[in-house]
Design a protein around this ligand. Structure first.
Ligand code: ARG
Length: 459
């Protein structure tokens, strides 16, 4: 038997393998809400311009609403043979309301329909993820304010560099996530045009009102070129690119949690809620959630590369290749929702060991820069000379097995006779962080001010 939708031309059905490779209903059913929303707007417009009657529109509206209820309650008879969500809903509509259902597809193609549905889905996903990003940023800001003066080691090359504060470190991620939000916002603004009405590829001879459907669906206006409308998925690429960058940020933070919870670091502890034990080693406490967040970036940037590869070299306009856009988009968005939730959970859960952080902050001659800066300020040494003197003092302290404040005044003066006891004030980690008051610097007063600014912005 022929196909319900194109049975006129066809006398035989597809092979089982054709059906298996062709069908997308297994995954694109996720877009059912968007598909119904689009059809409602399309039907209202068709009636407005006089293409269908008010009775037809009412029947379509009722039918689609009933279908929504069926899908929600799990009673909708999804069919592989009907390929995708668009034809499943349309066929069911006709089953329920007859003739009127058959008129819905006037001046529309699945090509503009799917372009619309994916846009609506991505736009909804952006709005959801934006809320989650804001929540994570709020969690980080709260903890940053709480630990504005908690000194910890700052690293470069993962080697002790200078003392910083936990608050400053957490606010660094707030900055990154703020840019991630702004990237998603840019993507949303650029993609917010309606492709509905481009029809198959060339537009239509019916007197449709694309401005009306665009407005009804919350778009800034209709897209300007029908070919571009059905051929383009760069809005999805941009979405996946923004998510990939965000996932990279989460991965870096997750890696730090993995390091920090390692007993050799001992910087923070996670509770039972965000760790797992081992089935064989009774002492274990593994940071699985952090490890998984660290790894999730693989699927998200995988989705980006996947879709870029699908779109590359694809001649205009629509090609069935583009059906491959959906699983990556859905998976990336859902993965990010979970990763953001897990990260926010860990941020609220983690218990910093402030004594251990302070001890580590002073290790590795981390105040050597402060010492060199003191020589410049107090003795007017050129910075390069101060760097050399300090380097010799670090070597001396290392040989003696003490830190810089463990050297006596005589030992210091042996390298530079003008050094006086004032120098000991700058060798503590507290003095070091407090001194870094340059804009954006690590000083606790700065951190408190920045945390307050972020709190206000995120309110
Ligand atoms: N399931 C298709 C997709 O995801 C819908 C569009 C199909 N259009 C067509 N002309 N075969 O892209």
């Amino acid at each position: 038997q022929g196909n319900q939708q194109w049975g006129g031309r066809y006398s035989a059905g597809p092979s089982a393998i054709m059906e298996a490779i062709n069908a997308s209903i297994g995954f694109d059913r996720k877009m059912w809400r968007q598909d119904i929303r689009g059809s409602l707007a399309h039907a209202a417009m068709l009636r407005h311009v006089g293409i269908i009657s008010a009775d037809d529109e009412a029947a379509i509206r009722e039918g689609l609403s009933a279908i929504g209820t069926e899908i929600e309650s799990g009673e909708f008879p999804f069919s592989e043979a009907l390929e995708d969500i668009h034809m499943n809903i349309e066929a069911r509509l006709t089953e329920r309301v007859g003739e009127a259902g058959k008129r819905l597809h006037t001046a529309r193609s699945r090509n503009d329909q799917v372009a619309l549905d994916v846009r609506l889905w991505v736009r909804d996903a952006i709005d959801g993820l934006d809320g989650q990003l804001a929540d994570l940023m709020r969690a980080l800001t709260e903890r940053a304010d709480e630990h504005a003066a908690t000194v910890m080691p700052g690293f470069t090359h993962l080697q002790p560099a200078q003392p910083t504060t936990l608050g400053h470190h957490l606010l660094a991620y707030v900055e990154m996530l703020g840019r991630d939000r702004s990237r998603l916002g840019d993507c949303r603004a650029r993609m917010n045009e309606s492709p509905l009405g481009a029809a198959a590829l060339c537009g239509t001879g019916f007197n449709i009102d694309r401005h009306m459907t665009a407005a009804a669906l919350g778009f800034d206006g209709p897209t300007r070129n029908s070919l571009d409308s059905v051929a383009s998925r760069d809005f999805a690429l941009e979405f996946l690119a923004a998510l990939s960058i965000c996932a990279t940020h989460l991965s870096r933070f997750a890696e730090e949690i993995v390091l920090w919870t390692n007993p050799y670091f001992g910087f923070v502890k996670l509770s039972d809620a965000y760790t797992t034990g081992s089935s064989i080693m009774p002492q274990k406490r593994n940071p699985d959630a952090a490890e998984l967040v660290r790894a999730k970036v693989g699927r998200v940037s995988g989705a980006l590369i996947g879709l870029m590869t699908v779109m590359k070299g694809l001649p205009l306009t629509y090609g069935k290749d583009m059906q491959e856009d959906k699983e990556g988009i859905f998976d990336a968005a859902e993965t990010m929702a979970l990763a953001l939730a897990a990260t926010a959970g860990m941020v609220r859960d983690m218990k910093p060991d402030t004594a251990r952080l302070r001890e580590a902050a002073g290790a590795g001659f981390s105040t050597a820069t402060d010492l060199a800066d003191w020589l410049v300020r107090e003795l007017r040494l050129p910075f390069r000379d101060a760097h050399h003197v300090t380097g010799r003092l670090v070597a001396k302290a290392e040989a003696r097995g003490v830190d810089l404040s463990g050297l006596s005044l005589e030992e210091l003066q042996a390298e530079e006779p003008r050094i006086h006891s004032g120098i000991f004030h700058v060798l503590s980690v507290e003095a070091s962080v407090a001194s870094r008051t340059s804009y954006g610097g690590t000083a606790p007063v700065n951190v408190r001010r920045m945390a307050a600014e972020w709190r206000e912005r995120l309110a």
